[in-house]
Design a protein around this ligand. Sequence first.
Ligand SMILES: NC(=O)c1ccc[n+]([C@@H]2O[C@H](COP(=O)([O-])OP(=O)(O)OC[C@H]3O[C@@H](n4cnc5c(N)ncnc54)[C@H](OP(=O)(O)O)[C@@H]3O)[C@@H](O)[C@H]2O)c1
Length: 313
Amino acid sequence: MKAITLTAPGSTDNLILQDIPTPAINTNEVLVQVKSISINPVDVKTRIGKGVYSYGGIKRDATFIIGWDISGIVTASKSDLFKEGDEVFGMVNFPGTGNAYAEYVAAPVAHLALKPANISHEEAAAGTLALLTAWQVLVSNAGIKAGDRVLIHAASGGVGHYAVQVAKHLGAYVIGTSSAANKDFVLSLGADEHIDYKSQTLKDATKDIDFVLDSLSAESIDQSLDVIKDGGRIISILTQITETLAQKAKARNIGISFILVKSDGDDMNTLATLLKSGKIKSHVSKSFAFNQMADAHLQVESGRTVGKVVVNI
Ligand SMILES: NC(=O)c1ccc[n+]([C@@H]2O[C@H](COP(=O)([O-])OP(=O)(O)OC[C@H]3O[C@@H](n4cnc5c(N)ncnc54)[C@H](OP(=O)(O)O)[C@@H]3O)[C@@H](O)[C@H]2O)c1
């Protein structure tokens, strides 16, 4: 099969399209013929030697296949859960090795769900790592409830555009940040208010926030502390919480933590239902062919992605 291997951490030149053996499957795994792969900032970080190299126990000098988010068709099964011909999607083995940049992926059935028939492989692949992150932050960890005032940073990005929709689905009042260029997009997702981080300060733009999803920086977390209520909560998905931030939050009884998304088939099944009903929609702003993986990486690396970037095989 064709796969894109990373020969060593570095530039996109190190992403090499080559023929390698099709993987074998173990008990409780299926072989998925991949139709679409979504690309995340962690793919780029891993390519340059960070990302899962930091927490996945992967040897930096080993040839390795990046990628976790797939949608495709089951071609062999060692499980009663899925059979040959089923269309499935999911985030495979994160954090760890998903081996997703390949024509075939051996995937644990516990990380997959049936793809809703009414959404494309592209939309399904998009709705894996980024949507799982939004769900695990807002539902599993924060327990957002109707009426909560929720601030989503980078609301126009991969995680953000799903987080706005999930928070609205939970009945929250949602405020999203992005540049002015993406204001209409953020509002179209259902956000009640938009803040342009280039022309407005958080402090002047909002207040009385119950919950903040931060995917930007320690500085952004610090500024978010100025607009959050005493007893509120901040979850960071990028920056580890420093002692200074922790102390500042503790003084006002604000919960503050970092979380890392994890593969979870139960969550995938819930998300499949939401995608099927149209309550959550994937916005794929750019798609690329398999041999354009380098371009897909450069797009994600730009930090300007609107919604999601997907590669189709
Ligand atoms: N811990 C975890 O489990 C986990 C899971 C998923 C993602 N992450 C991390 O979370 C981060 C975000 O991921 P993502 O997939 O959402 O990224 P992304 O899709 O690349 O985000 C791009 C978006 O960020 C917006 N943006 C950039 N700078 C901004 C700023 N200062 N204020 C507000 N918006 C800004 C951009 O809008 P403009 O062009 O309008 O500025 C753009 O639409 C990444 O670092 C990723 O690695 C962590």
